[in-house]
Write a protein that binds this ligand. Structure first.
Ligand code: COA
Length: 336
């Protein structure tokens, strides 16, 4: 049910968080047994040691999205029927209709909520946070669940060593709620896109989706195709730019924030931005070694681990930042 809040300035508080990963681990040594690769190559080039994968016979994106939502509701003390809106950022929904958001809202009893999926690939969770926050500030919703969830294993061609080793399945959720203090919430957000670069990272459904320059790419239809070098070049530049922009526009310095919560794509991409911007390693959380790149799942998963560890400290700003397919990028700076 939208438009529940009377007009008037309000802030937005993160009431709680949740996340979920499948039990099943796929280690670098597991890949080395299947493909021509090694633990050493994967660890050095990506920082990944293992990732989690769903049992796709009985599980999917909705499984992880629902678990993260249930855990966030429990963590926040918010009741499912208080939710006005459920947004799920994903590119791996089981079905395009119904949305994952509709299914999980129904499953948890969020009977007063509007629900939709949002597609911004790895930037999806930050896009969803910014969208949910803005809906609350605009008075169109009071309580919003934002979720990033991916079943990357459902779009991975496990015969291709250049792509398959990178990705894992995960989800994360934050419950956002209107707060009487207008200075609490998102103080700066930026969302961008450059569709001219879409062919660096895409999931073709039909032969005709494949651009001529990628015709020899052996990855099967319905699976993720990636030009790793092109994405790497884009990411190293864009990631630093997006973080730098957020600091410049807010006047904050790395010392002022409790955390820069980053999309987990490749440890070399994270380290390059961190070193160029001179950010202390303790301020950039890394869990890519345990979960790989879980696309829209990654920032929400990091946020939940940080939230539960007490690292998102009240009274100190923090930042979320991501980039991904589309190409897309996003930042979100919060006063807590
Ligand atoms: N194991 C062993 N060798 C591998 C391999 C693997 N898993 N994957 C690729 N190789 C080989 C290549 O075939 C190539 O061999 P060649 O020199 O004989 O042709 C060699 O390693 C170097 O490949 P290259 O693609 O240049 O490696 P790289 O240093 O660029 O690392 C990625 C590859 C994918 C790790 C890196 O490009 C990357 O992280 N890109 C960004 C991906 C990303 O973040 N995507 C998500 C964005 S949200």
């Amino acid at each position: 049910m939208m438009g529940a809040l009377p007009s008037g300035a309000c802030g937005v508080r993160i009431r709680g968080t949740g996340s979920a990963v499948p039990d099943r681990r796929l280690t670098n040594d597991d890949f080395a047994r299947m493909l021509d690769t090694s633990d050493e190559w994967i660890t050095q080039r990506t920082g990944i040691r293992e990732r989690r994968v769903l049992d796709l016979r009985t599980q999917g994106c909705s499984t992880l999205a629902q678990l993260a939502l249930e855990r966030a509701l429990e963590n926040s003390g918010v009741q499912a029927d208080e939710l006005d809106l459920v947004i799920v950022a994903t590119v791996t929904m089981e079905m395009t209709c119904p949305s994952v958001a509709c299914r999980i809202a129904g499953a948890v009893g969020a009977k007063n909520a509007a629900a939709f999926d949002l597609g911004a690939a790895c930037s999806g969770f930050v896009y969803a946070v910014n969208t949910g926050e803005a809906m609350i500030r605009a008075g169109r919703a009071r309580t919003v669940a934002v979720i990033g969830a991916e079943a990357m294993s459902s779009i991975i061609d496990y015969t291709d060593r250049s792509v398959s080793i990178l990705f894992g399945d995960a989800s994360g959720c934050a419950i956002l709620q209107a707060d009487p203090n207008p200075s609490i919430g998102c103080i700066y957000q930026h969302m961008g896109a450059d569709g001219t670069g879409w062919h660096a990272l895409y999931i073709p459904r039909r032969e005709s989706d494949i651009p001529a320059e990628d015709a020899t790419n052996p990855i099967r239809l319905g699976n993720l195709r990636m030009n790793g070098k092109e994405v790497f070049r884009f990411a190293v530049t864009k990631f630093k730019e997006v973080i730098e922009d957020a600091f410049t526009k807010t006047g904050l310095t790395p010392d002022d924030v409790s955390q820069v919560v980053c999309h987990q794509s490749n440890i070399r991409i994270i380290d390059a931005a961190r070193e160029k911007l001179n950010i202390d390693p303790s301020k950039i959380y890394v869990n890519i070694d345990r979960y790989g790149n879980s696309s829209a799942g990654s920032v929400g998963l990091c946020l939940d681990e940080l939230w539960r560890a007490g690292k998102i400290t009240k009274g100190q700003p923090f930042m979320m930042v991501a980039f991904g397919g589309g190409l897309t990028w996003a930042s979100s700076v919060w006063n807590t």
